[in-house]
Structure formats: C-alpha cells, structure tokens
Design a protein around this ligand. Structure first.
Ligand code: F6P
Length: 486
C-alpha cells in the first residue's frame, strides 16, 4: 500500500459482502449500523478499513477483495484455515465470547488458541501500522482484537488510538479466569480511549485495572506508563433514519400484510430475531411460550411465534449443541400445539435481508428480545425504529445493554421463566393507548440517540479528551465510577 490514511478502522471483519448480481458476483458494502455510521468519516478522510474477508487464505496470499468499495479503502488481513480454527473459533468464540457473556456456557481454555490470538492480533496491528499515516486516528473494534491497541502503541507512538468493545466487559470474578488476563488488559490500555456499551462495564474495567495492574484511577482516567487512558460508556445504536425510510416504503408495508396473511392472520404475532447463539435465551423463550400454551394463557392459532435464528459460528461445538436443543424444543411445541397448516412456531434457520426483517418487524405485535447477556442488542432498537405507527410491544431482557435505554419496554429476567411468561402476557395484552405511549417514548429517545451520534461522541472524545475528573461524555449517560473517586 502506498497511500496511507489519516483515519483507519480495524475490525475482525471487512465491511463488505460478496453478492450474486445479474452481472455476476460483486462486492458490496455490508448493511448495518457500524458501517453506515463510519462510512461518511471514512469516505471524507480517504479512510481505510483493516479486516478479514471471511474466507481461508494462506498468510502470504492476500484475499481477493477490491481495493475500494463505496469510498472505503479495504486492507484485507488473511486468516489461514488453522487461524480460523484456533483464533476465530477457538480463543475468540470458545474462550472470550462465553466468558464475557457471564459464562452462560463454560469457556474453554487452550494454550495454542492463545498463541493464535497473539499471532493474529499482531497481524492486524501490522496491517493497521502499514495503513496509518503519521499522526492518524485508528479505531480498533471489539473482543477479537484486544491486543491490537498495545501492539500498535509500541510500534507507532504517534497515533491516536481508540478501542470500542461491542460485547459486555465481565466482572472481575470472571475476568480473572482468563490465563491471558494481564496481557489483554495491557493490550486495551494501549488505547487513548477505551469505550464500552454500559457504565457497569467501565466500572468493571477500572476495578480490574486497579486490582490486576495496581494502576491509579481518577474519575474516568487511568494512569499507565506515564500516559493517561480514558474509559467511557458509549451505547451503540442503529441508523434510525434508514429504518424509518425502509418502513415508510409501501412495499415493506405490503410485505408485512402478506406475512400476516401467510401466518393465518393471527391476533398476535410474537417474533424473535437472533443469531443462533446460546447468549440469546432462545431456549428459555421457547419454554415460556410452550408453558403459556399449555396453561391456556395463549392459544394457537390466535397466537403464533416466528423465530428467525440466523446460522452462526456453525463449527463451534457450543453452537452445534444449541441448534439440537432449540430444534428439539420447536418440534415438541409444534407436535403438541400446531394444527394442520397452522404451526405454533415458525422456525427459520436462515439469514434475511434488511428489507425482509423490516417487514417482519412491522408484522409483529410482540418483539421478544430476551438474551441471557448481551452487550447492546440492536434488534430491540431496530424494532422500535420500525414502528412509526407506534404499534407493537417489546419484551426486553434486563441483561441486554438496550435495557438501560429502552425503559418503556416490558423488562424481565429471562432466567426466571415465570417472569418471562408474565412479561409476554402483559405485552400481548397491552391496550393501544399504553402500548403506543411506550413505543412513542422509546422512538423519541432513539431518534436523538442514533448510531451517528454514537460514532461522533466517541470520535470527539478520542480527539479531545476532557480535563481530569470530568465524567460525562457528550451527553451519553455515564454513571459516576464510585470506586474511582476514593
Ligand atoms: O456482537 C459481536 C459480533 O462480533 C458482531 O460484531 C457481529 O455481528 C456478531 O458478533 C457475529 O460475529 P461473527 O459472525 O463475526 O462471529
């Protein structure tokens, strides 16, 4: 690469998908809030995105992706078949992912996975180094790349480095289990600004830094190697405007009508949209639905459930056993409660386009977002933004980051099946006045807290850190860090 960029994003995946078009296969910008929020900054700075293209390729052979897509310069990082197994499926998704999600599945620890995490993080750091102009801003994303800020800082002290964690940051009691714990923490501390989804994660981070590395903290600042690192809460959001426009399109509303008709025009459509992941609480949700049908509190065909379960990380064992459990439960419910041509649960183990999801949101009366732990959960925000008619209701887990903001949802503890059932019944029987008041309040909030505001507030805080002791970030709610004030 000859020309270097003044703004570089480093993420596990590149923001492009290869798609079949009438003229052949083409690379297109991926849908999704993160990419659309960063696109204007990247396009105006001739910015570069460093990431993996998704396939296996040998370290010396760069994957076949175009140099520029939609104004974003792409810098691919190759992962070999062994890297995918040991780094992506191993350390990222069998060690860190379960551990950062309250260990709802047992994390697995393997020494060769840790070596792969170091090796691949070093490759991403080298790629970012090559892409960044002197004094550039580099924004590193998520749990796959926690060593990158430290590695990049060592090679390039001239850079301004931000890091944002999209998933939860665990409490000390769990974090202390990771064999690489101090190394991960030092990796994160290579950044000037470390962003989290929630104030609680900031508190966990501060507490761990004090305990594990003996660092001094003050307000939202930590001191390490004579540098100041700031930690803050920046709850991510969605492109609200894009969702509103999609839902204002008559074809979306027509499709929503068609979906309801295809479901047999039930009184209540309950909808779940998740990656098929054990953190999403799909099993508990199905159990709650089955018990409600069993007790006669809901009945088929008046009520039907649609569960979209997008295939994900299919070679990882935890995900394979989850699929077996979920499909067994769907079969059991349908066996007990369906009628000919009228299934109780429509289970869709498929990926859907943003347009089809928007139509599903408009067709659903009750959106079930009941993860056991989730950094944010953007499906809840998408559903609220899709309902410009103020119809519908959201059942939302207290353990999703979104619950800190969407306070008018029917909040519940998904580990408590009775509480979950109660929330599902209340949401499905809410009267129109109460329901629309709740939806309108959440939509108002989201309009002023969209993904552009998220990206702006992070980048402003990264470029212009406030004086010591100031603990608010551009109007984003940041709870005082009680321990840090001692
Ligand atoms: O929530 C974390 C995350 O990495 C998202 O960024 C991503 O959409 C999702 O998990 C799926 O991740 P992947 O398919 O890359 O493992």
């Amino acid at each position: 690469m000859t020309e270097r960029s003044s703004f570089v994003v480093v993420a596990n995946r590149l923001p492009v998908d290869e798609e079949e078009t009438p003229t052949g296969r083409e690379w297109r910008r991926s849908p999704g809030g993160l990419v659309s929020a960063l696109h204007p900054v990247l396009a105006s700075h001739r910015g570069t995105w460093v990431g993996w293209s998704g396939g296996a390729s040998e370290p010396t052979a760069l994957p076949e992706v175009p140099a520029v897509v939609d104004g974003i310069r792409l810098h691919p990082v190759p992962l070999s078949a062994v890297d995918i197994e040991e780094f992506y499926e191993g350390h990222c998704n069998s060690t860190i992912w379960p551990l950062y999600h309250d260990a709802v599945e047992q994390p697995r620890f393997r020494r060769r996975w840790r070596d792969a995490y170091r090796r691949v993080n070093a490759r991403f750091a080298a790629a970012a180094d090559a892409a960044a102009a002197p004094g550039a801003t580099v924004w590193v994303q998520d749990y796959q790349l926690q060593l990158v800020p430290g590695m990049l800082r060592a090679a390039r002290p001239d850079l301004r480095i931000g890091f944002f964690l999209h998933v939860p940051f665990p409490p000390m009691e769990l974090f202390m289990q990771i064999p690489m714990r101090a190394e991960i923490l030092r990796g994160l501390l290579g950044a000037d600004l470390v962003g989290f989804q929630q104030p609680l994660a900031v508190q966990n981070f501060m507490r761990i830094a004090r305990h594990l590395l003996g660092l001094r903290t003050r307000g939202d600042l930590l001191e390490t190697d004579g540098r100041r690192v700031r930690a803050g809460s920046f709850p991510i959001s969605i492109d609200v405007r894009a969702m509103e426009m999609m839902c204002a399109d008559p074809s979306t509303l027509e499709r929503a009508k068609q979906i309801r008709a295809d479901l047999g025009d039930p009184k209540i459509v309950m909808l779940g949209v998740d990656r098929l992941d054990y953190t999403k609480g799909i099993g508990q949700r199905l159990q709650a639905f089955r018990e409600l049908l069993d007790e006669g509190k809901l009945s088929v065909p008046d009520t039907v459930m649609v569960q979209v379960a997008t295939p994900s990380r299919e070679r990882v064992e935890h995900y394979q056993s989850l699929r077996v459990k979920v499909e067994r439960e769907v079969g059991r419910i349908n066996g007990d409660f369906s009628q000919v041509g009228l299934p109780a649960v429509h289970y869709l183990h498929q990926s859907y386009s943003p347009n089809e999801l928007a139509a599903l949101y408009r067709a659903a009366d009750v959106m079930l977002v009941t993860p056991l732990r989730d950094g944010m959960n953007l499906v809840a925000k998408e559903y609220v933004a899709a309902r410009a008619d103020n119809g519908g209701a959201v059942v939302l887990s207290e353990f999703a980051g979104a619950a800190y903001e969407l306070r008018q949802a029917f909040l519940c503890n998904p580990h408590d099946v009775d509480a979950l059932k109660d929330a599902m019944v209340r949401a499905s029987s809410v009267d129109f006045a109460d329901g629309s008041r709740r939806m309108a309040a959440m939509r108002r909030y989201l309009r002023s807290h969209d993904v552009n505001r998220w990206a702006d507030s992070f980048l402003r805080a990264l470029e212009d850190p406030p004086p010591v002791g100031v603990a608010t970030v551009s109007g984003v709610s940041l709870a005082p860090v009680a321990d840090a004030r001692r």
